[in-house]
Write a protein that binds this ligand. Structure first.
Ligand SMILES: [Zn+2]
Ligand SMILES: [Zn+2]
Length: 316
């Protein structure tokens, strides 16, 4: 199973500002000796050796993951990251034609659907798009997003074949040999987490979920859902302090992700749904604190913690 992150930002697409770009550039240049940048070869080597924070951007596109397994293409969420995925399919996969695309939605908040009207494969009649969600009236919700008052092209004018499947809450379905289970999460308007299992490996996509002031039964159910998974993609929008202040905003923190992951013997924890107000340095700072928190509170733990960033590919 291969997972690629096309959008990792929460709430709002967030291109870097000029000030953020200059800031990063200044930090990079401060590390360079003349010999590092004097030839094309030395420049490439210099770039390759930069720390991740300066070698790349975390990325400003909102939630979208691509999963490949069992010769199937499965997409989770349709934030602005799906636009680049669509362009990629057009360029590299059968010219974007005759595609059988499955799309699972956590929920229909803007940052999880607003890329869809720009998803090029949806405009081609040779393609079939099957949408899965435990939310009712998914078709109506997507039609509403593309009502002429909000968008110039209606959903029905997108020529692909569209199929809508309403999943039962907390149920499991099979697509080929892939098992996909969902769980109801605590989030305004409800959201759903997914556990994908294929050939003995699994990953859990658990974004837009809050875990505090809840009964232990709720926590136990979620801990069970992520148990022993190889990769947990976790909503880490807030710092722990913000998560306490922003009760009922529907998001959580990296520390809560660490607690959950260790409780459930997760192997890898990807911090996801990054806050649009945070620049790369602040987001990397949150990762650093999450790692320190793990070391201080769970010194025996081998949990691998990292940032989900655009174009990150994970093979399980
Ligand atoms: Zn969101
Ligand atoms: Zn949401």
């Amino acid at each position: 199973m291969k997972i690629r992150f096309w959008g990792v930002r929460g709430s709002l697409p967030t291109p870097p500002s000029n000030a953020q770009y200059t800031d990063k550039l200044r930090n990079i240049l401060s590390k360079a000796a003349v010999s590092d940048i004097s030839t094309p070869v030395s420049r490439e080597a210099f770039i390759k050796n930069l720390p991740e924070i300066e070698r790349m951007n975390v990325g400003g596109n909102t939630a979208c993951l691509e999963v490949r397994a069992d010769n199937k293409l499965i997409i989770f969420d349709m934030g602005s990251g799906i636009v680049r995925l669509g362009n990629y399919l057009n360029e590299y996969e059968q010219n974007g034609k005759n595609l059988d695309i499955r799309i699972f939605l956590t929920h229909t908040h803007w940052d999880h659907i607003h890329g869809f009207p720009f998803f090029k494969p949806a405009f081609l009649p040779q393609n079939t798009l099957t949408f899965y969600s435990p939310h009712p009236n998914l078709q109506e919700r997507l039609e509403y997003q593309q009502d002429f008052r909000f968008f110039p092209i209606s959903l029905s004018h997108m020529a692909s074949k569209k199929v809508f499947v309403q999943l039962e809450k907390n149920s499991e379905i099979k697509i080929g040999n892939i098992k996909i289970k969902n769980i109801l999460q605590y989030h305004p308007g409800d959201s759903f987490g997914y556990r994908v299992t294929y050939k003995g490996k699994s990953f859990v996509y658990a974004t837009d979920s809050e875990y505090k002031n809840l009964t232990s039964d709720f926590v136990t159910r979620h801990a069970e859902f992520i148990k022993n998974t190889d990769l947990l993609v976790f909503d880490a929008q807030y710092t722990l302090e913000e998560a306490i202040h922003k009760e009922d905003w529907g998001h959580s923190s990296a520390m809560q992700g660490v607690d959950f992951a260790i409780l459930s013997k997760v192997k890898n924890l990807a911090l996801f749904h990054h806050e649009p107000d945070n620049d790369d340095y602040r987001i990397h700072g949150m990762l650093k604190r999450a790692i320190e928190y793990r070391r201080a509170n769970y010194p025996e733990s081998k949990l691998n913690i990292f940032l989900a960033h655009e174009d990150l590919i994970i093979n399980l």
